[in-house]
Ligand binder design. Structure first.
Ligand code: 2YC
Length: 273
């Protein structure tokens, strides 16, 4: 799992309004609408909820990421929910949150980033939520995915969730991962659920044949300029962005969905409410 850096997240809180406007321009949906759809909740259901949400810093492993808790809290606050960052970290922070009456906890160590509803026991994992949220955004960007060919890059936790969401939206999915066994495992999981995906081993050939991409891998420059056409659309939850360099980002201003935390955190909240 890619560990965020402070520089990836230090602008989030102050740019949420601009970010949301960009999202509406690209998908026709606000961040809250994408989170609601991706988590299967109605917007007015979300609007009726009023839990206290606590973000608990975790010092274990590689420790605190400067600005991480603040960024997570700013997204939740932006969505209209009361949010606190606990003064204590780790177990003390969890105890503090419960004593303050928090109903929902957000916390991340080096292996899992989870949201937990203390009342209902619902748990949402960032990887799973991110896959759902990004594919929901991509569906709107493409005016539907039914019958459309999509190339999924990366068969990790986000890729697995994205694949399932894609096939449920009727997309024709091809998956590539540098680890062929990861692609094959993903195919097995999808087939278990009654769907199918194609496994691709030749990245260049796959890139040349597709115009809709989900970049759920941590590689940079994986999608190069020569594979970008005027109809290309990319949902890129992967950190760092895999279409960097070559001025590709400018080329894709309205057709590239990419953020370090926003869609994943918003969908996590939708899932546990
Ligand atoms: O500040 C803290 O509480 C740290 N323990 C947070 C560590 C987060 C590690 N995970 C990541 O950087 C990314 C997240 C976007 C979710 C998955 N990987």
């Amino acid at each position: 799992m890619t560990r965020l850096k402070e520089k990836d997240i230090n602008q989030i809180a102050e740019t949420l309004v601009v970010y949301n406007n960009d999202l509406v321009r690209m998908t026709g949906c606000t961040l809250k609408e994408i989170a609601a759809q991706a988590s299967g909740k109605k917007i007015d259901y979300l609007d009726r909820q009023n839990p206290l949400v606590a973000v608990v810093p975790m010092t274990c492993g590689q420790g605190i990421i400067e600005g991480f808790s603040e960024s997570v809290a700013s997204i939740i606050t932006y969505l209209g929910f009361r949010t606190v960052i606990t003064n204590n970290s780790d177990a003390g922070g969890v105890a503090e949150a419960v004593q303050e009456g928090a109903e929902i906890l957000f916390m991340a160590d080096d292996h899992r980033f989870v949201a937990i509803n203390l009342k209902t026991g619902k748990v949402s994992d960032n990887g799973d939520a991110t896959g759902k949220g990004y594919v929901t955004g991509l569906k709107h960007m493409c005016q539907g995915l039914e019958g459309k060919h999509v190339l999924l890059l990366g068969a990790g936790p986000v890729g697995n969730s994205a694949a399932l969401t894609l096939v449920r939206y009727g997309a024709l999915v091809t998956v590539f991962d540098i680890d062929l066994s990861a692609s094959q495992r993903l195919r097995g999981v999808i087939e278990e659920l009654g769907y199918s995906v194609q496994v691709e081993t030749d990245l260049e050939s796959a890139l040349a044949r597709h115009q809709i991409f989900v970049d759920a891998c941590p590689a940079e420059n994986v999608i190069e300029l020569r594979y970008i056409s005027k109809n290309t659309k990319i949902a890129a939850p992967g950190i760092p962005l895999g279409v960097q360099g070559l001025g590709v980002e400018q080329l894709l201003t309205d057709r590239l969905l990419h953020d370090p935390l926003q869609i994943g955190v918003a969908t996590m909240l939708g899932e546990v409410l």
